[in-house]
Design a protein around this ligand. Structure first.
Ligand SMILES: Cc1cc2nc3c(=O)[nH]c(=O)nc-3n(C[C@H](O)[C@H](O)[C@H](O)COP(=O)(O)O)c2cc1C
Length: 255
């Protein structure tokens, strides 16, 4: 696949993956492509854990689902992220950023804007929105053929040192290499970020994966082969808009 096509076709996969084991060859390709990312002084501050064990995936899925429900129930998620939510085509066409929550059960539609607002707590509990989202998250992760985790060495990922920033930039390059490679292989990937919002939940994953104290577990993704016809989750979003080059970039000086 041409690199430009891969960049333009890359998308976050919100749906389930098809029920197919990821081949050893494809796993090795992903690890190799990830390893070719740039890093400061070529220090390669990362280590990767590929999780195929069904029981382990199920346990992480439960942590993901519980974290999602917990974040919804305590209202933190909406307060923190409300500014990114769009509810109709006009809104997202205007801002060209954020995520368009365009898919939800019919009974929720009349309340969409209230649910995704600070005052939405009552509606969230009345319609069990946190449970719907938590269950969807758990199922999506549990049914994923593999999870891919990235840990950064604390020799580089050090508090208040520039090397911490460099390590995160380097990991970003790894993630993009992975994302483009999955695209080329007919696969998809999705961040499992919700447990990262709750330190106790993240620690559970660290312990399950037996990440040593010398490494920081930094990111976990689910991966598998995609099929465009897979059913969307109960509540879902899309976000393919991008701001124009004119809006995003300047020549020589700011503005
Ligand atoms: C740091 C970071 C964290 C993200 N966390 C999540 C997440 O928890 N769940 C999810 O579905 N997508 C997550 N995403 C994906 C973004 O929502 C997505 O990249 C963005 O909406 C653009 O959509 P696209 O990837 O389909 O182009 C994350 C992306 C980044 C870079």
């Amino acid at each position: 696949m041409d690199v430009f096509d891969a960049i333009l076709n890359r998308r976050t996969t919100n749906t389930a993956f098809i029920d197919k084991k990821v081949s050893e060859e494809d796993i090795n390709t992903l690890i190799k492509m990830a390893s070719f990312a740039p890093s400061h002084f070529n220090c390669q501050p990362w280590r990767f854990i590929i999780i195929e064990d069904k029981e382990l995936i199920k346990k992480i899925a439960k942590i993901g689902g519980d974290s999602m429900t917990q974040l919804m129930d305590d209202g933190r998620f909406w307060k923190q992220y409300r500014k990114y939510f769009r509810f109709d085509d006009d809104e997202i066409e205007k801002t060209k950023d954020g995520i368009h929550i365009d898919h939800m059960p019919a009974f929720l539609k009349p309340f969409a804007k209230q649910i995704f607002s600070e005052a939405g707590g009552k509606i969230i509990s009345r319609f069990r929105v946190s449970r719907i989202l938590g269950n969807d998250e758990e199922k999506l992760v549990a049914d994923s053929p593999i999870l891919f985790a990235i840990a950064l060495t604390k020799d580089e990922y050090k508090k208040e040192e520039l090397s911490r920033f460099y390590s995160v930039i380097s990991m970003g390059a790894v993630i993009q290499n992975l994302w483009l490679s999955t695209t080329a292989l007919g696969m998809g990937m999705q961040f499992i970020s919700t447990p990262g919002e709750i330190p106790e939940q993240w620690e559970k994953i660290v312990n399950l994966l037996e990440v040593p104290d010398t490494y920081e577990l930094a990111a976990v993704f689910r991966m598998g082969y995609v099929d465009k016809n897979m059913k969307r989750p109960t509540i879902d979003w899309k976000s393919s808009q991008r701001k124009s080059p004119e809006e995003l970039s300047f020549r020589n000086r700011w503005k």
